[in-house]
Design a protein around this ligand. Sequence first.
Ligand SMILES: [Zn+2]
Length: 410
Amino acid sequence: MRENDWDRVLTDVNVATMEAGGGAYGSIENAAIGIRNGNIAWLGPAADMPPHSAVETRSLGGRWLTPALIDCHTHLVFGGNRAAEFETRLKGATYEQIARDGGGIMSTVTATRGTSEEELLQLSAPRLRALTREGVATVEIKSGYGLDLDTELRMLRAARSLGERYGVTVRTTFLGAHALPMEFRGRPDDYIDYLCDVVLPAAVEQNLVDAVDGYCERIAFTAAQIAKVFECAASFNLPVKLHADQLSDGGGAELAARFRALSADHLEYASDAGLRLLAGSGTVAVLLPGAFLVLRETLPPPVRRLRELNVPIAIATDCNPGTSPVCSIRAAMVLSGSLFRLTPEECLAGVTREAARALGLDDRGTLLPGKRADIAIWNVGHPRELSYWLGLNELEGLLINGADDPSCSA
Ligand SMILES: [Zn+2]
């Protein structure tokens, strides 16, 4: 094969490569891209394009290209929903009343336990498709609404099947340590042992786990309990992630740093000492503005300190039925600007380069030679517009591994 024997060439484009350390957005205007075997073979100013052959050459009329977007924190596989509970709350019911009526996370656990794998897939597909229609080609999906062996494995299998059925990359995260199930009431340490001795080993055995997560919070598990789960993950050579310091400072940032977690997520109440440790551990801070908005939180995550300490910042939807019924990565970007004061460039990096890092994926998240040709095509005048409009979808096309996602193409 000749060196410049390409499958496709995209010409007359402007490219936000999102390469770190370059100019704003890593932009190259009047550019071209050569694609071979699903990867970017060449990228640069069109004037510098070397002699080549290509099966297909497509001129895109000055459209902007970015890396396909990545949603690095979702709980989008679950049974039922909590719209009725939301309505009850807005009519004035207290949390106690809702809990007494069987509401809250346990209602989702009950619903998910009663939902078959195929039904889970059917229920979750529209949520996944909402993301891909906005240019998302890689999605992380957590378990954590089963809290028992059968349902946790069923959720992970449904998540994997979603990716296969819709041609997107799905990374599965085991979140057995999400909440304490009713059958272990008053015995959280026994539940942690059950996760480590039974559920996680079975999920690993079936090759269903890419990473392990935990919910470290007063209303969930202590840092010591999550540390036990993380030690179990380490014994399987699995990376970890953490729901850290969302509602209170529970030492989550410190715990994430100690285990060199891929990401520490939420972080509203993280201590300064914890943030300094994160800076040394290579952990990505994942900010989740949907939950912040829905819970009407008032203390934003420490964005200024994260910047000062050079902690990478990613953004995700946190799509879940309780605290973030959000199926729009673009909404997460816009909210990160208005609620957390991230710049539009930080917002775009947060759903491309840094989101890839939060998932431990180094083959995507930027548009550079050698990376996967996961490319979003936008009808915008500048990539800053992607963090500006709420509810306008300028996506014109999506290439996944160099091929068109037919549902997204103009
Ligand atoms: Zn979450």
